[in-house]
Design a binder for this molecule. Structure first.
Ligand code: MAN
Length: 349
């Protein structure tokens, strides 16, 4: 299978040990799926930090935020017959699903795009707040529209998985707009330009019965209230993206149209990346899509980890023809890879 990614030789560029836990008694289990943006002449990652309490013998601990933002821990014996441990990411106990880690978002910055550090003079941690985020916040896309950054992230709680929105102009003050796409929904990326005066966003509602895990598009007068939802990209039977598809970061403006890098997974939960192209004036119209993936998990750090066989991106930097994606590998490490945009455009069919 053709893989056209040029991976950083330094990969993984961040591993769980590189980041201090958010609180005493917690352990960073995974660093993954960073949102990416440029600000003050630097490249920034808004990383998903997934934590748990220090492991205890014989039990699995589920950390959850209470209404004051404090962490409550539910301990369940590993051999409890009501506990289903088949997925290391989410487990069900007596009919209720719990996440095995609690995620928050952390800012790191870099001068060269390879070596990242936590700055000391700004607020670097964004945590779940309120009932809809009690199981944490994850996989943030950062879109810069005019002078504001729009943060769209997965908000998780016992009531479901939806998309939360916060905005900031200076990364010190944040405005929260609550949940903009209710459950079940994730993978929301807002276009970085208005088209004919309207905001556009890709998002991924899911249906367990009729329908599936497909990419949808919506429009909005203000970036907060969304309507005219339409399904534009579906899973493909028997292919690498047969089980679910979801948008990566904000679409890239090219002279051929809006180019979107997306993830697709098959029935074996192998996550690869592909691309599709939307019409420049009417992004509801998909012009073409790659048949083969443009990136496949092949390296040791992509094949083995918290959840193996995963490359997942929700952030990138564009510099002329060069696209640098940052991605989560095996749901545990942060990595980088470069692509040529014209090469990706050449693979669209
Ligand atoms: C899936 C995985 C997890 C994530 C949950 C909730 O199970 O992507 O990593 O925590 O969904 O979003």
């Amino acid at each position: 299978m053709k893989d056209i990614a040029r991976r950083f030789p330094e990969n993984p560029i961040l591993i769980p040990n590189d980041i201090k836990p958010s609180n005493y008694g917690l352990k960073v289990i995974c660093l993954l799926n960073p949102g990416v943006f440029t600000f003050n002449g630097k490249i920034w990652l808004l990383i998903r930090v997934a934590e748990n309490v220090t492991p205890k013998d014989g039990v699995i601990s589920f950390p959850v935020l209470d209404e004051y933002g404090n962490i409550d821990v539910l301990d369940i014996a590993k051999d409890d017959k009501d506990l289903d441990t088949s997925d290391p990411r989410v487990m069900s106990y007596k009919g209720q699903d719990y996440l095995t880690t609690l995620s928050h978002l952390r800012l790191v910055c870099s001068e060269d795009g390879i070596h990242f550090h936590e700055p000391d003079n700004i607020k670097t941690m964004l945590t779940g707040t309120g009932k809809a985020e009690s199981f944490g916040i994850e996989d943030c896309r950062v879109s810069k529209i005019e002078d504001a950054y729009y943060l769209t992230y997965t908000a998780v709680s016992a009531s479901g998985v939806g998309v939360g929105l916060r905005t900031s102009k200076d990364w010190i003050n944040f405005k929260s707009f609550g949940m903009i796409f209710p459950p079940h929904n994730k993978d929301c990326a807002i276009f970085e330009e208005k088209i004919n005066g309207k905001f556009y966003a890709l998002h991924r509602p899911s249906s367990v019965q009729l329908g599936g895990n497909y990419i949808w598009i919506a429009e909005s007068p203000d970036g907060i209230h969304w309507g005219n939802h339409q399904c534009i990209v579906k899973t493909r039977k028997g292919q690498w993206d047969s089980a679910r598809v979801g948008a990566g970061a904000a679409p890239i403006k090219t002279d051929k149209g809006w180019l979107e890098i997306y993830h697709g997974a098959n029935e074996n939960n192998r996550y690869c990346l592909g691309a599709f192209l939307m019409d420049i004036d009417n992004p509801y119209k998909v012009l073409s899509r790659t048949v083969q993936p443009i990136m496949v998990p092949t390296e040791e750090y992509e094949l083995t980890g918290f959840f193996g066989q995963v490359v997942f991106t929700n952030g990138h930097v564009v510099n002329g023809d060069e696209l640098t994606i940052y991605y989560g590998a095996a749901d545990e490490f942060v990595c980088g890879a470069k692509f040529s945009i014209s090469e990706i455009l050449g693979l669209l069919e």
